[in-house]
Design a protein around this ligand. Structure first.
Ligand code: ATP
Ligand code: MG
Length: 241
């Protein structure tokens, strides 16, 4: 299991068309990646580094099936990502966005948001559930994410930045994914919270045997947190460290 590749990206290419302002004719292609290949090993973290605009978000959009590549293939837990149905895919890979608050629908109390997710977990895995089982699961998840029970009665806007992020993580963890993609997960947090959050991610990694793709601008952070680093360069080249 340990040496297993949970994700294999094989010869991925992606370019965007560049249009002239006036006539909207395609005048050029901007190459984002060209034959990009890398693996993410089971229970490890891969950092993705690169200057702004180089294609980090594009890469995770492709890996999470929000966008299609021009060519190449992606194997997730032994199967091409195209072959997953939506539900099964959700149990394998989850994204924590830069702005995790966007995951929290402002109109609902946290309890409702968590309950819906937990139900989704039971449904996806064809497990029977009732109110008592759901409540137990919620308590367990709150404990793991070190959130007080009082957050359940709050609306998202009533939580602190750190709490919001923990709730977003709780929602992700509640589906027991194998891979979590973290897109600049610390950038919206106070410096004082960043180290705490980083250690929390490491704890979760061990507890749930997670693999992470960690997008960041910060080389030191990537070196501290990640087992391997993929550096993307302008024009489609890359290196793996
Ligand atoms: N849908 C699109 N159509 C055309 N060009 C796009 C599209 N999406 C992204 N791009 C371009 O692709 C390049 C890579 O964008 P991307 O968002 O992946 O960069 P990034 O590395 O995530 O940057 P940042 O660090 O600022 O978040 C940019 O030049 C961007 O303008
Ligand atoms: Mg980005």
């Amino acid at each position: 299991m340990i040496d297993e590749n949970i994700l294999e990206v094989k010869s991925l290419s992606k370019s965007y068309s560049v249009y002239s302002n006036l006539l909207q004719l395609e005048i050029d292609k901007k190459i984002i990646f060209k034959n990009l290949s890398f693996v993410l090993k089971f229970n490890t973290s891969l950092g993705v580094l690169g200057a702004s605009g180089v294609g980090k978000t594009t890469l995770i959009k492709i890996v999470s099936r929000i966008e299609e590549p021009d060519s190449g293939e992606i194997i997730l837990d032994g199967k091409n990502i195209k072959e997953y149905d939506y539900k099964e895919f959700a149990t394998k890979l989850q994204l924590l966005f830069q702005n995790s608050f966007s995951m929290l629908n402002p109109r609902y109390k946290i309890k409702f948001l968590i309950k819906e997710r937990v139900k989704q977990y039971f449904k996806l895995n064809n497990l029977e559930y009732n109110k008592k089982i759901i409540n137990q699961k919620i308590e367990e998840l709150l404990e793991i994410t070190k959130l007080p029970k009082t957050v359940l009665d709050a609306y998202p806007y009533q939580l602190s930045g750190g709490q919001k992020q923990r709730v977003a993580i709780l929602l992700i963890i509640s589906l027991y994914p194998k891979i979590i993609i973290l897109d600049e997960p610390l950038s919206a947090l106070d410096i004082s919270l960043q180290a705490q959050m980083l250690n929390f991610f490491l704890e979760l990694k061990e507890k749930f045997k997670l693999s992470y793709i960690f997008i960041t601008h910060d080389r030191n952070l990537a070196e501290y947190f990640c087992d391997n680093i993929l550096v993307l360069h302008e024009g489609g080249s890359y290196e793996i460290k």
